[in-house]
Design a protein around this ligand. Structure first.
Ligand SMILES: [Zn+2]
Length: 286
């Protein structure tokens, strides 16, 4: 080709490369993977759904919130091509935690489920059993000491102490599976909707130690988060999953005061939307 043509050709190549770079960079930013572990407190309205995403792109979902809104939030937190969740922990069988798990079971390949073994009579719980059975998903019953390991991430069940297999508890919350997680030096406690009675049991059983990050029990209700328990944990950050203008008036103002008095900063999904915490081996940021 002549000189003018060659220049024109080079320019087109440069523009194309630039376009390819910008395009690939943009799609990279849509799901930015880093060397940190991520804890996502997903904004699912009045309910709970927490995603832990390891640097090896393994996902652990703790509860699914009250409806299908978890699917929209998962799309933001996970690569679009990743339709597999390695583990779901169902803390208990109330609809504000369990309904969204059903939505996830309908749209993702789920490798395993851990729950308390407690039962319920609701349509949501029956649907859950059906989906688990249809998809042949192995279910492990959580007992104190049940270990959940994903590489550097080590989890352990610290409640309930009672055996709920096949039992319908008077109140579902009391059977909440509580998990303690360690990643490097950083620690995270996930309480589900555990009650004050469980918090006392965990302390009496010598299972409570400092947790850097606390997912506050029961949406900040006055039924949990006793002062003794919070002092034993002394978290650097507390996160509350709660719906905007919810009919239960949660979180409880007295509980919020307790956190303030103990100088524990709080992040709330009703104020912040989905909360993303990056956990490194020796610190975390949000
Ligand atoms: Zn709840």
């Amino acid at each position: 080709m002549n000189k003018a043509k060659a220049v024109q050709f080079s320019l087109i190549i440069i523009l194309l490369s630039l376009f390819a770079y910008v395009f690939s960079h943009q799609s990279y930013q849509a799901y930015e993977h880093s060397d940190s572990l991520k804890i996502w407190i997903l904004d699912v309205g009045q309910g709970d759904s927490i995603l832990i995403d390891t640097p090896q792109e393994q996902q652990i979902l703790i509860d699914g919130g009250p409806d299908g809104s978890v699917l929209t939030e998962l799309q933001k937190a996970m690569p679009a091509t990743d339709k597999e969740i390695n583990l779901i922990i169902s803390t208990h069988n109330d609809a504000d935690h369990l309904s969204g798990i059903n939505s996830v079971l309908e749209h993702y390949k789920v490798d395993k489920i851990i729950d308390s073994g407690a039962t319920n009579t609701t349509a949501t719980y029956k649907k859950f059993l059906q989906l688990v059975s249809d998809n042949n998903i192995p279910v492990e019953v959580a007992r104190i000491g049940t270990a959940i390991n994903f590489g550097e991430l080590k989890g352990v069940v610290i409640s309930p102490s009672k055996n709920y297999i096949g039992v319908q508890p008077q109140e579902q919350n009391i059977a909440s599976v509580v998990t303690f997680w360690q990643y490097g030096q950083e620690t995270f406690l996930e309480e589900g909707d555990a009650q004050a009675q469980q918090e006392a049991e965990m302390m009496n059983n010598g299972l409570v130690r400092h947790a850097d990050i606390l997912k506050v029990a029961h949406h900040g209700s006055a039924t949990s988060s006793t002062e003794d328990f919070l002092k034993a944990l002394s978290p650097k950050l507390a996160v509350i999953s709660v719906g905007k203008n919810n009919k239960y008036n949660l979180p409880n103002p007295g509980v919020i005061e307790r956190f303030k008095y103990l100088n524990i900063p709080i992040l709330r999904t009703d104020e912040k939307g989905t909360i993303e915490i990056s956990v490194f081996l020796d610190h975390f940021s949000y």
